[in-house]
Design a protein. Structure first.
Length: 542
């Protein structure tokens, strides 16, 4: 099976915090799982280098937008690599490939009648002497009454146009903008109500937040959206008469999934079709709650307009991750920044916690106490302890070698059932259930070791001792496969202990056990670290 996995593209205007990371790691778990099954996987994402956030940051730092975008793109690459995010391509929207592909698609949409010209009244600031990009406009959301910007309300997630806002202000100078006419291009989003209804009716396990929000948009009626903006930074419009404008970031950013996939296909549009335009393939889009409408309404409509009518789309949309009971706030530095945590903590501990405690179906919370306790009790005390006690015993008492002793049939059935049950959960985006299923096997292994008491039977019934250890090792061999999508660094080390080359997703028996050099998979974190990290957070130190 051909599988595309697309993580949403972070704005390259500042460092990532854990709230953003919570919607990134599930994509990697899916990619590793499908590769282990033998599927052909394209796993892509990239840095969103255009748009107003980068322009704002550049003005603040008196630098060129490209300078800002390139800096954070490199930082993102380092962070994702350190966390084992196994992208086939981590691209950026400010690349030659992306610019070319976007321009080609914009021309096609225009030629096919899905993009049209329109004279519009646009927000203009006389004090700043410029048309205002949507994020430079602030006001009150007409739907929920919250503070909103000109393209989306962050409180209720409603997609907005600047004219929808009540009590509009220029974010740069605070003055009230005026309305001025300008000619722009628009995408016929309103044409796709019925196609989106059909997509929603055929959805494969979309999370509840995505279903409800998409239903709401369709019910309220879709409105055509501007494709161009009066900006200095972005992709040039490839149509005559629009040379002074740029392509609006909302449409060119989501087209990044196609531009990156096409690059992975070595530019072959026929191969791209096999991944993106076939009911036999599968496409996962991984993102946070605030990005749902772009992935369930806007992007599918663009795909339909481009002729991708057989898209097997799966939406994995997270809720929000909070921090110590409060919302993340970059302005108040209420955040755990990814560059910091990857420097000081085990990447598998970060991955595990954000998967087992992540905002999968409801808002969740990151606390330093829970994070460190999770590492110490579950990874070290449960999984790590089972590995260490079993393999160390074999290394010490059998010089690291045990021949085939015969696998207990019930243990084999339990392992096979774990693959089946955990695999279904992962494919449905239910990562917590998958981890709980796999850790039930960890508990089974620890229970087997405790009940069979090999430290006693090695003196009284040596054959039984070897059988116990042999069965424990077979559980460990398969845990190295089962947990690989979640904690890949530890599983790679574990396979090294066992002399196994790569992970797969099917029952595996290692009949002649010969251990290599061993080391601890996890080190205990001192509980005093909890108080230190909480104090550091509250003090606002970076």
């Amino acid at each position: 099976m051909k599988v595309v996995i697309g993580n949403s593209w972070p704005y390259a205007n500042g460092s990532l915090h854990l709230g953003r990371l919570a919607s990134v790691i599930p994509g990697d778990a899916l990619a590793r799982y499908h590769r282990a099954k033998g599927d052909e996987v394209i796993f892509v994402s990239g840095s969103d280098c255009h748009g107003t956030p980068i322009a704002i940051k550049a003005k603040e730092e008196k630098k060129a937008p490209r300078e800002i975008a390139d800096y954070y793109h490199r930082e993102f690459e380092h962070c994702f690599s350190s966390l084992g995010i196994s992208y086939d391509l981590y691209a950026k929207t400010d690349s030659i490939n992306h610019h070319k592909v976007v321009k080609d698609y914009i021309k096609k949409l225009y030629e096919d009648g899905y993009i049209y010209e329109k004279l519009v009244a646009q927000t203009y600031c006389e004090s700043c002497n410029q048309f205002l990009p949507d994020r430079y406009i602030e006001g009150i959301c007409p739907h929920c009454g919250g503070v909103a910007r000109g393209d989306q309300c962050e409180q209720c997630s409603e997609i907005l146009d600047p004219e929808d806002l009540i009590d509009k202000k220029c974010k740069i100078c605070g003055s009230e903008p005026i309305v001025k006419e300008s000619r722009h291009l628009f995408f016929k989003l309103s044409n796709f109500d019925n196609k989106l209804k059909q997509l929603l009716n055929s959805e494969h396990g979309w999370r509840d937040n995505a279903v409800k929000l998409t239903e709401r948009y369709i019910k309220e009626g879709l409105r055509d959206r501007a494709v161009t903006r009066d900006l200095e930074w972005g992709i040039d419009v490839p149509l005559e008469g629009f040379e002074d404008k740029k392509i609006y970031v909302w449409i060119e950013a989501v087209l990044g999934y196609l531009s990156a996939s096409l690059k992975c296909c070595n530019g072959s549009k026929d191969l791209l079709d096999e991944y993106w335009n076939s009911k036999e393939s599968r496409i996962y889009l991984i993102h946070g709650k605030d990005n749902i409408p772009f992935h369930t309404v806007i992007f599918p409509s663009i795909l339909f307009a481009l002729g991708f009518n057989d898209v097997n789309l799966r939406i994995v949309s997270s809720e929000y991750l909070n921090l110590e009971g409060k919302k993340f706030s970059t302005s108040r530095n209420w955040a755990v920044w990814v560059p910091y945590i990857i420097e000081h903590y085990n990447p598998d501990s970060i991955r595990y916690f954000l998967m087992v405690n992540g905002p999968e179906k409801r808002d969740s919370d990151f606390s330093w106490r829970e994070f460190i306790n999770s590492h110490n009790s579950e990874l070290l005390g449960g999984f790590g302890n089972f590995i260490n006690r079993t393999l160390t015993f074999i290394h010490k008492n059998y010089k690291g070698s045990i021949a085939n002793c015969g696998l207990n049939h019930k243990i084999k059935r339990d392992i096979e059932e774990t693959y089946k049950k955990a695999g279904v959960s992962i494919e449905n985006g239910e990562f917590k259930d998958a981890i709980n299923t796999i850790f039930a096997l960890v508990k089974r292994g620890n229970k087997l070791f405790d009940e069979e008491t090999p430290w006693i039977t090695i003196k009284e019934d040596e054959e039984k001792c070897r059988q116990t250890l042999y069965n424990c090792v077979q559980i460990i061999v398969n845990l190295a496969n089962l947990l690989n999508p979640i904690i890949p660094f530890s599983c790679e080390k574990l396979r090294g202990f066992l002399g196994i080359r790569e992970a797969n997703w099917s029952f595996q028996e290692l009949k002649n056990i010969k251990l290599n050099d061993l080391e601890l998979l996890f080190e205990r974190i001192d509980k005093k670290t909890i108080d230190y990290e909480v104090m550091r957070l509250k003090s606002g130190r970076i």
